[in-house]
Ligand binder design. Sequence first.
Ligand SMILES: [Ca+2]
Ligand SMILES: [Ca+2]
Ligand SMILES: [Ca+2]
Length: 505
Amino acid sequence: MILPDLHGDDNHAGLKQSMFAIVKRSITVYVSRVWVTCLAVLVPAMGWFQTTLEVDVFAKDLTVPWDLVWGPDNHLWCMEKTGRITRTNPDTKAIEEIHALDGVYQSWDNSGAHAMALHPDFPRTPYIYVHYAYEEYRSRLSRLRYSISEHRVMDEEVLIPDFRGNSSHNGSRMLEGPDGHLYMAMGDAYNKISSQSLESLSGKILRMDWDANPVSDNPFGNLIYSWGHRNPQGLIFGDSGHLYASEHGPATDDEVNLIQKGANYGWPLIEGPCNTPAEQVLCDSLQASEPLASWSPTQAPCGLDYFNHSSIPEWQNSLLLTFLKKQHLRILHLDETGTHVTHEDTVLYGEYGRLRDVLVAPNGRIFVATSNQEINGWDYLAAEEDDRILELINPNYDYEHLLPVIDLNDLFLTQLLESPVEVGKVFPQPARDGLTMFLPTTAGQVNARFYDMSGRMVLGAEPHSLFANGLLHIRLGSLQTGMYVMEVRAINGQRWTSRVLIESD
Ligand SMILES: [Ca+2]
Ligand SMILES: [Ca+2]
Ligand SMILES: [Ca+2]
């Protein structure tokens, strides 16, 4: 077994030590006091800020929280490698289990559940997108249909059934782009030459609509957006609209790349920069793109996010990147154009084990997930509370007022009110556990009745008040699958009817 080289040569040539004092809740100073003192002297002369950060344990006793996602409900969503999906209230830290994926395949190495995204219109469009291995050599992209009223996932629709997979090198990450499309990073599945094939989805960044169809202006007429990748496990857009991806190198040349439509990133023909004579020839002929940053020997870069918030002024306009093998969080400071890394800092070095993902909330809160409960031999790293989601906090910054947590049902109904209203219209259709009808805002109290197709009344709901400005929401209870007529009467005598299709389990 190869032991982690926590204190060996970490190849930091040209990299200055962290400029931050990192303290735990117990105020243990982590970075040398001498350095902090030096900084204090330098601060006025250089015009630098000096932010002191604290580390808090936000969640614990997880199993490789692989992908952290910020939800429209202002909760932290998480998918663990096992396929367990949770949503955590960032203020109370109360965890709600949303779903546990069935049939996730976990090898001795690195396969499992890898990437999650919420539909941009979630929960009105009720899909949770997941990518996971389901057998040794196969993974799939599915969407899970989440029911607001049942508080659970009702079914799973497979969108892409058979990505090539392997015991590792399955990537991946997913996120919505500023163009509203779904971007997805895929590994080479240990079949490296597939990264150079436009017939294969392995070793690619993909771009698709939310039904998994290619976007019409994709560069090759299929799902592929960029190619020549090895095992990308970090994917994020910056404020400038640039897309960045991190990927693991073999023995040398981990990379962070600026992703451009149609570009070839070289793997396996080119590793890292075009810096050997043979590579230079290939780089010219393939018009291959060189990385923004690379590391040799490899350190295993993984989750990636973009930070541009006043909560830590020193980190504005930077990429935050977690590392597995060389356990730390790295800050890649970008230039104004977002196309160059100007300098790098590191924090959390060797303190919490392997780090799998990082997430920046819209109010500047930073969450980092550990990856120590792995079954590939690294699990001896696991500490008592592992795996954990850590939070990096600037205790002198007021995060509080910025982001109210939102109940999912209230979010859903608020989204509906933003839709163009067609009075009398019922949704969803078919309905399963509950349905909603648009009514005039003046309707006040109403009665709702359901009739089967022989005219027999099968459900008479109690008088209802509207949820808000013209929404009537009704739970269906025990109605059988079939077609019904719904009739709604208001106290003022107005009446609306609609045919409704109801599906029961
Ligand atoms: Ca993530
Ligand atoms: Ca490359
Ligand atoms: Ca090279």
